[in-house]
Design a protein around this ligand. Structure first.
Ligand code: C2E
Ligand code: SIN
Ligand code: SIN
Ligand code: FE
Ligand code: FE
Length: 415
């Protein structure tokens, strides 16, 4: 990307190439559905266009901007290379003229600053040096643009920091041309972001809908199962050499997908779903269809989130020894639903094994319409004795490693 710093007059092949890239990248963004992956992609492409050392995306949340994504190319001094990317994730700043990003969101206009430490007194905004101090960084040139969707809504702010010269060593100002190209690309990026956050909201509504159906058990249960699953997976990933980026990406998806593990219960009749006592064998068979019905809800989608949700809804009641359900079914749309031969061992997708354990743990320690809560020790003994029978040994290991955290999660999400 080094030639990007040279001045290229209009109508030259170089410029046409860059325009072509804008179009290709915009088309590619349409394929990404998960919000976090999308932000990652947008920032990577924008940084490449302008040869920027680092960048940040803020998303509009009410009347504030939330620090949503951040990436760097320079070697950081901090020990954890991932730290800077995520440590501000919960920070917000007001949308007003005091900060640079706030000013851009408020005015809706792009802003080019050649040196953040030499901003004149004639403007309302100022640079917050605290970010540099915390990140051990020196911000110099900045290109800050509003992310305006095709519908004209400002969904966020894209900020590129420190344009590098062709040798990559020296920080130079951003050019007008950089601004024009990034601006061109940012409209499609904003529309894609708007779409991805709508998807996420719809998922959360879907979960709330199934809570309405089954208010006694579902509400806190889904939040706990999701939180347990994330903890167990994170431990599993760290002990199995999963790379940080992949782990973060999976955690984001797992949090949502695990919440949906029982959405299929929406199709179960009240007499069975809310039965105060033990189910009969026939009732149990009806109940078990919730796994298949749940999977149907995601079968027409092809995003990472759809695929993961399908895996989890379908297989969270499989057992490591092969005696779970619904097993291998070649057509999940066929009615009446018939269970197949149970998946066994590693045939069961990892995330389904994790959610499966988190689900049983939560069911056993909780009160149900059909059972009293069990004591913690009895539950842990059961899980230990079911290792290699109901549960996958590697997941049981991760479960016990994070057990103290799971207790804290339970205190946080009590009904
Ligand atoms: P759930 O209540 O969320 O339970 C999830 C899983 O935890 C169960 O999957 C089972 O593996 C485990 N589990 C829950 N309670 C017990 C228990 O007392 N003993 C043992 N050994 N394991 C337990 P399962 O069995 O496939 O059930 C799926 C769902 O079906 C349950 O979700 C619950 O909504 C419903 N269900 C299961 N059995 C009964 C029942 O006897 N009466 C009623 N009303 N509902 C039941
Ligand atoms: C990715 O886009 O796959 C990575 C996202 C992340 O690291 O959170
Ligand atoms: C079950 O009976 O499916 C639950 C096994 C257990 O956790 O004891
Ligand atoms: Fe279930
Ligand atoms: Fe459940």
């Amino acid at each position: 990307m080094s030639e990007q710093r040279q001045y290229v007059p209009h109508e030259t092949p170089g410029n046409a190439d860059r325009l072509q890239t804008v179009l290709e990248v915009s088309a590619a963004l349409d394929q990404v559905e998960d919000l976090d992956s999308l932000l990652d992609r947008v920032l990577t492409e924008a940084r490449a266009f302008a040869n920027a050392d680092s960048g940040t995306i803020y998303l509009v949340a009410g009347d504030r901007l939330r620090f949503a994504y951040n990436s760097h190319s320079t070697q950081r001094k901090s020990a954890d290379p991932d730290r800077n990317r995520f440590n501000y994730l919960n920070n917000t700043i007001p949308i007003n003229d005091e900060s640079i990003a706030g000013y851009v969101a408020h005015s809706g206009k792009p802003l080019v600053i050649d040196d953040a430490y030499r901003i004149g007194d004639d403007v309302p905004y100022s640079f917050n040096q605290q970010f540099d101090r915390e990140a051990d960084y020196r911000t110099q040139s900045m290109l800050t643009l509003p992310l305006k969707s095709a519908r004209g809504r400002t969904v966020g702010v894209l900020q590129l920091i420190n344009a590098l010269d062709s040798t990559g060593g020296e920080v130079v100002p951003f050019s007008q041309e950089d601004m024009l190209y990034v601006l061109l690309f940012s409209k499609d990026a904003a529309s894609a972001i708007e779409r991805a956050s709508m998807t996420r909201q719809i998922i959360l509504r879907m979960i709330r809908m199934s809570e309405l159906r089954d208010p006694k058990e579902t509400g806190a249960h889904v939040s706990r199962v999701a939180a347990y699953s994330v903890e167990i997976y994170e431990r599993w990933a760290r002990t199995h050499g999963v790379l940080n980026d992949e782990m973060r990406h999976n955690i984001d998806l797992l949090r949502l997908a695990a919440m949906m593990h029982d959405v299929g219960k929406i199709a179960i009749p009240d007499e069975i779903l809310k039965k105060p006592g033990r189910l009969t064998d026939d009732e149990r068979l009806v109940m078990q269809t919730h796994a298949v019905v749940g999977a149907r809800l995601f079968s027409d989608g092809d995003s990472d989130l759809d695929n993961l949700s399908r895996e989890i809804t379908l297989h969270h009641h499989e057992r490591w020894d092969g005696n779970g359900y619904p097993g291998r079914i070649d057509d999940i749309y066929r009615d009446p639903i018939r269970m197949g031969p149970g998946l066994k061992g590693r045939e069961i997708p990892l995330f389904a094994r994790i959610v499966g354990l988190a689900d049983v743990y939560d069911a056993l320690v909780s009160r149900r319409t059909y059972k009293e809560p069990w004591g913690e020790d009895q539950v842990l003994d059961t899980i230990r004795s079911e290792e290699g029978k109901h549960f996958s040994p590697d997941v049981v290991k991760a479960f016990f490693d994070v057990h103290p955290v799971l207790l804290a999660i339970r205190r946080k999400y009590t009904e």
